[in-house]
Design a binder for this molecule. Structure first.
Ligand SMILES: Nc1ncnc2c1ncn2[C@@H]1O[C@H](COP(=O)(O)OP(=O)(O)OP(=O)(O)O)[C@@H](O)[C@H]1O
Ligand SMILES: C[C@@](O)(CCOP(=O)(O)O)CC(=O)O
Length: 479
């Protein structure tokens, strides 16, 4: 770590789960019940100090939990108002691109240079190092465990192999052991990021948001931008949505970025046309247009007060590692909707009503109604799946959810979140260690009996969005 602690800033943003509103939330006429998660992506920004006389303009981004995860960029001011454009420099024998990092740098640095020129003198972007640290639940440890046994890992945090010494059929450290044994918060993976198995908690949205927030905080004075203020969050939201869409090459509903910025909420998306006028990063006019769009009022609606959990109830998630293929699910559901507009509208409208009912049952602490409210949603989600030919709540997941609710006393019910499929379930459960232990026991025997690999993640639903962090949590990871 550098001696200049005062020039080191840390920010984190949470992952997401869409408890209700998958597919509907793509359309502004409907909304989604989104939970932020306790699993966060942290980004720490530091100045790079060079010896006197050495002139260096470089942005270094690294994910020290993974192999070959350093991305170095040179940068320049592009002609004709093209903004700040980065160019990846080679590290080692090859260039491993990271489009989410690269696009975020182009967008955030351009915004910083533009916004910084207004009330203050022209803003200069100095060299910086950005360190990314992701909480363990973003990646499935199981797939890495075999490799971990062979690979030697040292320094910094604990390795995956050392945290995976459990009796479970899966090598994921059980949620209770993560909590109780203080397993290292940031595991060291013996793989590259590309080989790590994601658990679908929205790592790219949390990364783009946290990286944008860290850059804004590092470079801009508080009087221009404070990500803790409502105005700062709005700028961050618009900037991160724009960068995330550009990196993904498509405009999704953006609920994942909204969760990263605002935390849990009832979310209504922005009109996709908001972003239509932003040209490609580095091309003529990009800088002015980006500033204008990011600083404009979007039609996004984020109702934070519509979402909360009853006291003593937690939102938990299980990773279901069946190797399902979810590509094309959205396309197929939307194709059915276009083909059968009337039937789809009736279904969408009723499902929206039931989704909102889940939100109010939870917010109003009507605990006794949770199970029925979730079942009512699942019924229509299955109907949507059957009608469109997409396994949104596949039979194996129906069986798992029903069995969890019937056999584990502290489980109120659950859903297959987001787009659905085979990968995960989200549960509303009693928030105590006994329930946690019983769920773990249940999923372990379920996995054995079904030949599948279901594991309870340590992650929990959490209300808070992006936040500034102190540096203690990153001890041993910073240069
Ligand atoms: N720790 C990290 N360090 C650097 N880049 C990361 C990190 N985690 C994720 N990313 C970036 O995000 C990409 C993964 O994004 P993708 O949208 O495929 O997954 P996700 O957001 O986790 O999934 P989902 O949308 O299903 O929840 C990676 O290829 C990488 O570019
Ligand atoms: C299907 C959709 O509504 C939700 C996808 O959620 P997830 O990526 O499965 O968590 C797509 C979207 O909202 O962008």
């Amino acid at each position: 770590m550098t001696g200049k602690e005062d020039h080191t800033t840390a920010v984190s943003a949470p992952g997401k789960v869409l408890l209700a509103g998958g597919y509907l939330v793509l359309d502004r006429a409907y909304s989604g019940l989104v939970f932020g998660l306790s699993a966060r992506i942290n980004v720490i920004a530091q100045e790079i100090h060079t010896s006197e006389g050495v002139h260096l303009t470089e942005i270094v981004v690294e994910s020290p939990q993974f192999l070959e995860a350093q991305w170095r960029y040179g940068y320049h001011l592009a002609d004709q108002d093209g903004g700040i454009k980065v160019t990846q420099l080679q590290v080692g024998s090859r260039i491993v691109p990271n489009p989410f990092v690269e696009t975020t740098l182009n967008y955030a640095l351009t915004y910083i240079a533009q916004a910084g020129t207004h009330k203050h003198k022209k803003h200069s972007v100095k060299s910086a190092r950005l360190t990314i640290l992701a909480d363990n639940d973003y990646y499935s440890h199981q797939a890495s465990a075999a490799a971990a046994a062979a690979a030697a890992s040292g320094g910094g945090g604990e390795s995956v192999s050392s945290s995976a010494s459990t009796s479970s059929s899966s090598a994921t450290p059980p949620a209770s052991s993560i909590n109780a044994l203080n397993v290292s918060r940031f595991a060291r993976f013996p793989t590259t990021l590309g080989d790590a198995h994601k658990t679908g908690l929205g790592s790219s949205a949390a990364l783009v948001t946290a990286l944008s927030a860290a850059l804004l905080t590092h470079y801009l004075p508080l009087q221009i931008l404070d990500v803790s203020s409502p105005e700062g969050k709005q700028i961050l939201h618009n900037l991160a949505q724009a960068a995330h869409c550009a990196a993904q090459g498509k405009v999704g509903s953006g609920f994942d970025v909204a969760a990263a910025v605002y935390g849990s909420s009832l979310y209504r998306r922005f009109s996709p046309s908001v972003l239509a006028s932003v040209p490609e990063a580095g091309s003529p006019g990009f800088a002015s247009k980006l500033l204008e769009v990011v600083q404009s009022e979007w039609d996004t609606e984020v109702q934070k007060d519509a979402v909360s959990l009853p006291a003593g109830i937690a939102m938990r998630m299980c990773d279901v590692d069946c190797g399902s293929q979810t590509v094309g699910m959205v396309k197929k559901v939307l194709a059915w909707r276009a083909k059968e507009p009337e039937a789809a509208k009736a279904l969408w409208d009723e499902l929206q009503r039931r989704n909102e009912a889940v939100a109010s049952v939870l917010r109003d602490e009507r605990t006794g109604e949770i199970s029925a409210a979730l079942k009512a949603v699942r019924e229509l989600v299955r109907e949507m799946g059957t009608a469109s030919g997409v396994p949104i709540e596949p039979e194996s997941q129906t069986e798992l959810l029903d069995a969890l609710e019937a056999e584990v006393p502290g489980v109120y019910g659950g859903v297959v979140p987001g787009a659905g499929g085979f990968d995960a379930v989200a549960l509303l459960v009693q928030d105590d260690t006994e329930t946690l232990a019983q769920i773990e026991e249940f999923v372990e025997s379920w996995s054995k009996a079904k030949g599948s690999q279901v594991s309870l993640l340590g992650v929990k639903g959490e209300m808070e969005g992006v936040r500034k962090e102190t540096l203690e949590a990153y001890h041993g990871w910073l240069r």
